[in-house]
Design a protein around this ligand. Structure first.
Ligand SMILES: Cc1cc2nc3c(=O)[nH]c(=O)nc-3n(C[C@H](O)[C@H](O)[C@H](O)COP(=O)(O)OP(=O)(O)OC[C@H]3O[C@@H](n4cnc5c(N)ncnc54)[C@H](O)[C@@H]3O)c2cc1C
Length: 462
């Protein structure tokens, strides 16, 4: 085996985060290593970028990041695109510090294949995203690129391939994840590129401050929000604030929507402006009570990676069909139950229900792009109660969640909706109308757990 063949074999063989999409030795005549940035939109703490840098340093080549947003990400609207665009200058800044090139293009100049024809890389590295559309783009790239192409599972802590199959509950996945943390919950390398990138004469790239959404035919019905500003710098600021002021009371305050008790990092994790490794390492190293730390790590590791597992291993992740047989049975048994209250999708969308708490939660989502976790569960369960069928309830919840939440269109969203509406990752509870054995949440019991009046008041005029 010659050196290049050995290298192409050894690096992926020792790192389970790497999937070889197109095998073969790096082209010895190649001028660089390309990192095709899609999901992990950051220049620091990015395992996919680290693999590209390691490969480029080994090959004695520079690294260039190719980032080319398109206006047709499924279900994305102006709210999401504005947040994505706000993150671009932070990416450019971090890459510059590491001696890595950055080429920013946008639709219709977004072709990775054309870019590779222009810069002639030795190897292309991408990142992973279990959602079906981006996965199909990666498969297409693997067919079209005439080069070795690897992808790296950069937005989970434990590579999702190591879980091998669908995991049915948090208590099942937790020990499997825990067993791998010693190996994977470690600080990223963030190495510098040994050979700095010099942009070839005439190679086109947009200025990182250019508004990539300008002139695009985007869905503008959902506007940008002032509550979140995209980017790695803002994500790191929020993380630090949370570690200093929120983590030590997380165990109790995380279920109190009227308090600012959670990190609000979900949009940043969704867009890859920050990685779960950065967040979990910061929490792990914090000087706070063990129960609070464990409660937070349970969310960012166990529940988040259970959601990724759902999307990776269940093709029905965003529909009612992802339910377990017991849930299908119990919901079918209750499909003809009388529904005393029914709302249309537009009544729900406009927060026109009789339930003030639910309306407040809906308003929080529509106007700020975020809803508190505790209320997300209540919100989805009420959609089940007020819709003609569980399948319709699932569809409506997915549509509204993906449309308005800044962190929408994410594995966590599908898993959360599935947990609430079809009892995914939960167990059968007591039989009751409409819900059957799906866990129920009443307004009265929900209201006792926290100061719902304060929460309603906060969201009254949103
Ligand atoms: C019906 C429903 C819909 C949801 N939709 C989404 C969605 O579209 N996008 C999304 O990211 N999350 C979603 N969640 C999960 C959860 O509500 C949010 O991740 C959390 O509220 C985000 O706030 P935070 O960043 O302050 O969380 P924190 O409490 O600070 O937790 C830190 C991180 O841990 C992860 N996490 C926390 N809770 C959960 C959970 N229950 N499941 C999986 N991961 C979790 C998230 O990545 C979160 O950012 C949904 C949950 C439900 C019940």
């Amino acid at each position: 085996m010659d050196d290049l063949n050995r290298f192409a074999h050894d690096l992926p063989a020792k790192d389970p985060r790497i999937t070889v999409r197109r095998a073969g030795p790096p082209d010895p005549a190649g001028t660089c290593v390309v990192y095709w940035m899609q999901r992990a939109q950051r220049g620091v703490d990015n395992p996919a970028l680290d693999v590209a840098v390691e490969a480029a340093n080994e090959l004695g080549r520079p690294v260039v990041v190719f980032f080319a947003p398109v206006p047709f990400y499924p279900h994305a609207n102006l709210r999401h695109y504005r947040f994505l665009a706000e993150g671009i200058s932070d990416i450019a800044e971090s890459l510059k510090r590491r001696g890595i090139g950055f080429v920013l293009r946008r639709f219709p100049e977004h072709s990775l294949v054309k870019f590779c024809e222009q810069v002639k890389p030795s190897l292309v590295v991408g990142d992973e995203n279990p959602m079906r559309e981006p996965e199909s783009w990666r498969r297409k790239a693997a067919r079209k690129l005439n080069l070795p192409f690897w992808t790296v599972d950069a937005d989970v802590i434990v590579p999702s391939i190591l879980l091998e199959k669908a995991q049915y509950a948090a208590h099942i996945i937790r020990p499997r994840l825990q067993a791998q943390l010693g190996r994977f919950l470690v600080p990223p390398k963030n190495a510098r590129a040994r050979v700095p990138w010099k942009k070839p004469e005439g190679l086109s790239s947009l200025d990182p401050k250019f508004d990539i959404t300008r002139g695009w035919p985007l869905d503008t019905s959902v506007g940008p929000v002032a509550s979140f500003r995209g980017g790695t710098n803002e994500a790191l600021r929020l993380l630090q604030h949370f570690i200093e002021h929120g983590l030590s009371t997380y165990g109790t305050n995380r279920n109190r929507p009227e308090c600012d008790g959670t990190s609000r990092l979900s949009p940043y994790l969704h867009f890859g402006h920050i990685g779960p490794l950065t967040v979990a390492l910061a929490a792990q190293g914090a000087d706070v009570p063990k129960d609070d730390k464990d409660a937070f790590l349970n969310q960012i590791i166990t529940w988040r990676e259970l959601a990724v597992n759902l999307v990776r291993f269940n093709p029905n992740y965003d529909s009612f069909d992802c339910a377990e047989p017991w849930a299908h049975r119990t919901l079918a048994t209750h499909s003809r139950d009388e529904r005393p209250v029914l709302y249309s999708e537009s009544q729900l969308e406009n927060a026109e229900t009789h339930d003030r708490l639910w309306n407040a939660a809906q308003r929080q989502m529509v106007t700020t792009g975020w809803m508190h976790n505790y209320l997300r569960m209540y919100w989805a369960k009420k959609i089940l109660e007020w819709s003609p069928s569980p399948a319709q309830a699932f569809e409506i919840a997915v549509r509204m969640n993906d449309k308005y939440e800044m962190d929408g269109r994410d594995p966590n969203g599908y898993a959360g909706i599935a947990w609430s509406i079809v009892g995914k990752f939960d167990r059968p509870w007591f039989e009751r109308p409409i819900f059957g054995q799906i866990r129920y949440m009443s307004g009265a019991s929900t209201g006792k757990k926290f100061n719902s009046k304060a929460y309603i008041q906060q969201n009254l005029f949103q």
